[in-house]
Design a protein around this ligand. Structure first.
Ligand SMILES: [Mn+2]
Length: 277
């Protein structure tokens, strides 16, 4: 069984549409919305194709109509796009976001998967990257073969004494220095972290046409084209810092020592997000 693992789509339809993978099941670990301006085809695609899914902090904020309190850093992007979501999403779409579970367990192909957006200790907010001791401490008591997470937008596959923790990286807003959409494939108990190029111009054009202001658009372009690793001095001009102890959402690059590939997989069942649903 070929399992497609997705996270952090963030209303970036051209990025999701670029994933042309055959798959038998799709697991989504949260953050469908915010940052981008095209949530509807993303929600429709996930509604149709996700075998199991969980809610991310941005799904929660949009669903619960929580306004963005902080306007520095990437919060500025969320501040510009969240009200647009409230304007364009139907009651059905909002209900879908509201009903996304916080954690989910599912068994596929005799493997037990545990899905949570950030960490089991703090399902929405804790940023935890590839740190063996920290993950072992947080997964105490969780009985699973694979723990699937998102949130950091930085891919890794970490084998612990027991489960393997997989972060597929972000579809809609990668932050590891590689601007290509990131996802993972789990097949026969093995994981591959993959990347695919997508039409960033189309994403930015959609944002422009949606009425996003030029400063925010410039920030979005820097983030998307650099894979989240843009010049921090340039970034500083966008900072309208107000004191807050909320964690910053920008992270430094980490080296990946796991397999990455753009190879086209052997064609099987084709279920691609080619057309808007
Ligand atoms: Mn996210």
């Amino acid at each position: 069984m070929r399992i497609l693992v997705l996270a952090d789509i963030h209303s970036n339809w051209p990025a999701l549409a670029a994933v042309q993978e055959p798959f038998d099941a799709c697991l989504f670990v949260g953050d469908l919305v915010d940052y981008g301006t095209d949530p509807i085809p993303c929600i429709n695609w996930i509604r149709k194709h996700a075998t199991a899914l969980v809610r991310g902090n941005h799904d929660h904020a949009v669903a619960q109509r929580i306004p963005v309190r902080k306007v520095s850093g990437l919060h500025r992007l969320a501040a510009a796009t969240r009200p647009l979501h409230w304007k364009i999403l139907s009651g059905l779409h909002m209900k879908f976001l509201t009903r996304m579970p916080v954690t989910r367990k599912v068994t596929l192909d005799d493997k037990r998967f545990y899905l949570v957006h950030a960490t089991p200790r703090d399902p929405f907010d804790e940023y935890l990257r590839e740190d063996q001791a920290a993950w072992e401490a947080r997964l105490n008591g969780i009985d699973a073969d694979f723990v699937l997470v998102g949130h950091t937008h930085i891919p890794f596959a970490l084998q612990l004494d027991g489960p393997m923790v997989i972060n597929p990286g972000s579809i809609g807003q990668p932050r590891d220095g590689d601007p290509r959409a990131a996802y993972a494939i789990v097949e026969n108990g093995k994981v591959e972290l993959r990347r695919v190029k997508y039409d960033i111009d189309a994403t930015l054009k959609h944002m422009l046409d949606s009425g996003i202001d030029s400063d925010t658009l410039e920030l979005a372009e820097m983030v998307l084209r650099s894979g989240g690793q843009f010049d921090k001095d340039l970034f500083a001009q966008f900072e309208q810092s107000i004191s807050s102890d909320e964690p910053d959402e920008i992270h430094d690059t980490i080296e990946l020592d796991v397999f990455k590939s753009n190879d086209t997989p052997t064609k099987k069942k084709k279920a691609s997000p080619k057309n808007k649903q």
